[in-house]
Design a protein around this ligand. Structure first.
Ligand SMILES: NC(=O)c1ccc[n+]([C@@H]2O[C@H](COP(=O)([O-])OP(=O)(O)OC[C@H]3O[C@@H](n4cnc5c(N)ncnc54)[C@H](O)[C@@H]3O)[C@@H](O)[C@H]2O)c1
Ligand SMILES: O=c1ccn([C@@H]2O[C@H](COP(=O)(O)OP(=O)(O)O[C@H]3O[C@H](CO)[C@@H](O)[C@H](O)[C@H]3O)[C@@H](O)[C@H]2O)c(=O)[nH]1
Length: 326
């Protein structure tokens, strides 16, 4: 099959391209390079510049490359920014998806994989979040992902499109230093930034109802996330008429304190963390039940938190060579 990977120049998208091509699938990247980096797209994989809002350009690329499946990662992903700019997020993430689905159904492409997020759950009051746990997103970003799932499912049913929405939990790590995330909006890079800048890492609240009082999350290596896409693409490609919604996590909760302790041990920057006020909107615990993905796709995460932090650190040092000298 020939897969169009939207957002393939982004952090996760570039890993998906790598995994798909290593698995022998043909990949074409479609990206507006708003946050993506052209150099992440490997030689031999065509990079088509364009926005998901541009129907004409999508028609041209879908037909020009004989696309038979789409993996849609292109989106804006910053929770805070989505609170300040909801219209921008709805336009890019929901309208962009609607236009893409119009192009996909018009071209008769049969398979569609969508990047969703654990952000759809909001503040789940359960130990392990299952796909049928009620969704109550806490931010416009999470809302756009839930609305995106609805759009994907409804279009799939109406147009006979086989679909999968993959709800990633907390993604970290890199396959190689040059593919590492360049943003500093998640715990791991935020702690790297503080430590290498000579500041104490911050714990946003230690009075949560969790074993050590800090928030618990389900961290997953980006290489495992990418492999889940290969498994989903294959599942849709071989079995038409599917409608999958799957958690992509490890099913293991790790607290902010545990993460910071591991980061200081791995980086050698040993500075005690400072506890600050809670960050508004943070749920105490969000950990996946990963059973459905295992049953439907035969996929299971293979990498642990040690791998995530070590590989993310190698990427950080590459982007900030001065960090290694401390
Ligand atoms: N990083 C995470 O922790 C996480 C967690 C859950 C879900 N997700 C989802 O995974 C996907 C990829 O996230 P990422 O971390 O790689 O982010 P990223 O910003 O690195 O990648 C997004 C890519 O999409 C491109 N893009 C954005 N808007 C576009 C548009 N309208 N048309 C064409 N291209 C566009 C960007 O240039 C970029 O290359 C997103 O859909 C995000 O919501 C990410
Ligand atoms: O310097 C820091 C940075 C973060 N945190 C805490 O670390 C945890 C993880 O934070 P973060 O890495 O920002 O992830 P989440 O807020 O859990 O959200 C991420 O994971 C979601 C999926 O679970 C995605 O949807 C979001 O896009 C993505 O930002 C939270 O409890 C934060 O309060 C700190 O204590 N100190």
């Amino acid at each position: 099959m020939s897969w169009l990977i939207t957002g393939g120049a982004g952090y996760i998208g570039a890993h998906v391209v790598r995994a798909m091509t290593e698995a022998g699938e043909r990949a074409v990247v479609y990206d507006d390079l708003s946050t993506g980096i052209a150099g992440r797209v490997p030689p031999g994989v065509p990079l088509e510049a364009g926005s998901t809002l541009d129907r004409g350009r999508l028609d041209e690329v879908l037909a020009g490359h004989g696309i038979t499946g789409v993996v849609h990662l292109a989106a804006k992903k910053q929770v805070d920014e989505s609170v300040d700019r909801p219209l921008h997020y709805y336009r890019e993430n929901v309208e962009g998806l609607r236009v893409l689905l119009e192009a996909v159904t018009a071209a008769g492409v049969p398979s569609f994989v969508f990047s969703s997020s654990a952000a759809v759950y909001g503040m789940p009051d359960v130990d392990l979040v299952r796909e049928d746990t009620p969704c109550a997103p806490m931010s416009p970003y999470g809302e756009t992902k839930l609305a995106g799932e609805w759009l994907v499912r409804a279009t799939g049913r109406a147009a006979g499109l086989s679909t999968a929405s993959l709800r990633y939990f907390n993604v970290a790590g890199a396959a190689s230093p040059e593919l590492a995330d360049t943003g500093v909006c998640n715990l791991v890079p935020m702690v790297f930034e503080r430590l290498t800048g000579g500041a104490a890492p911050r714990v946003f609240g230690d009075d949560y109802p969790t074993p050590d009082g800090t928030c618990v999350r389900d961290y997953i290596h980006v290489v495992d996330v990418a492999e889940a896409h290969v498994a989903a693409a294959r599942a849709l490609g071989t079995r038409p008429g599917r409608d999958l919604t799957l958690n992509i996590g490890r099913g293991e909760g790790v607290s902010v304190r545990e993460m910071i302790d591991r980061i200081t041990a791995i980086t050698g920057h040993d500075r005690p963390a400072t506890v600050t006020a809670r960050r508004p909107g943070d749920p105490a615990r969000v950990v996946a039940s990963a059973d459905r993905a295992a049953a439907e796709l035969g996929w299971k995460a293979r990498h642990d938190v040690q791998d995530m932090i070590t590989s993310a650190w190698e990427g950080w040092v590459r982007q900030h060579p001065e960090a290694a000298r401390h």
